[in-house]
Write a protein that binds this ligand. Structure first.
Ligand SMILES: [Mg+2]
Length: 271
């Protein structure tokens, strides 16, 4: 049996990154739905994870369904969701200035947290930052003033860019970078991969030990790095951000993925 197939057989749980693994933008990656179905048929526990903070979990359930992938909301984990749970636990009375899209705001509100209007940003205890495709100078100014008045900077993730049908686009890391550049303040905490906040949450949800769990992702700097730190089996797909050239650069280092496959289809066909 192929070595990867033997490992897939042995593992009981899979963390599937979504962007660049199951789809690019609104275009599904060929064979992704079949691969997910096959993993389910094999009795594997699955979670669908993304650093993208722009949408709610239910929006991801609908997006996956459009691509023929059935998933429950409880199987979807976004950095926005984990950020809201983190703040609810650590700072339930937080007054938050958000730089991010409606999905992030909705997750924070659902966790019972208070969001401030832009003109009250100086009262904020926390500035929570995710990707914001409508970010403008005023909103950035409000964020800067909140930070200068003492608010903590919380990053949903620091991905510099993410793949779309037309090429890479700036991610949350670009918004965090703008705020850090303006204020000199770095994030107090980063929630998304490679941070262990996200991985710990995913493992808890799966109820799995690292030794029986794999992470399947398209990025060396987030998915593979997070998996390596947590002691997971790491499987890199080349259908998203990281390239064969990137893989060559980490070969022989401790950041080298355990397996590299062209796309998720190859997770279950090579048997
Ligand atoms: Mg990805």
């Amino acid at each position: 049996m192929h070595k990867l197939a033997a490992v897939v057989d042995r593992l009981s749980a899979f963390i599937l990154d979504m962007d660049g693994v199951l789809y690019i933008g609104d275009t599904p990656i060929e064979g992704a739905a079949e691969a997910v179905e096959r993993l389910r048929a094999m009795g594997k526990k699955l979670v669908f994870s993304t650093n993208n903070s722009a949408y709610t979990r239910s929006a991801y359930v609908r997006k996956l369904a459009r691509m023929g992938i059935a998933a429950r909301e409880s199987e979807v984990v976004t950095s926005a969701h984990v950020t809201s749970l983190y703040l609810r636990r650590r700072a339930p009375r937080a007054r938050i200035h958000v730089i991010g899209e409606p999905g992030l705001k909705q997750e924070l509100r659902r966790a019972g947290l208070e969001l401030l209007a832009d003109d009250r940003a100086a009262e904020a205890t926390h500035v929570v930052v995710g990707m914001d495709r409508t970010l403008n100078y005023e909103r950035l100014t409000a964020g800067l003033r909140a930070l200068l008045a003492g608010a903590e900077l919380i990053a949903t993730n620091v991905d510099g860019a993410y793949p779309t049908e037309t090429g890479l686009c700036p991610g949350a890391g670009a918004m965090v970078g703008a705020l850090t550049g303006a204020s000199g303040k770095r994030p107090r905490v980063v929630i998304g991969k490679p941070s262990q906040h996200m991985i710990k949450f995913l493992l808890d949800l799966l109820g799995s030990m690292p030794s029986e769990t794999a992470i399947v992702g398209d990025r060396l700097d987030t998915d593979v790095r997070a998996g390596k730190r947590a002691g997971l089996t790491t499987i890199l797909v080349l259908s998203g951000v990281s390239t064969e050239g990137d893989v060559r650069r980490v070969r022989g280092t401790r950041m080298a993925p355990d397996f590299v496959i062209p796309n998720i289809k190859h997770l279950v066909v090579s048997r």
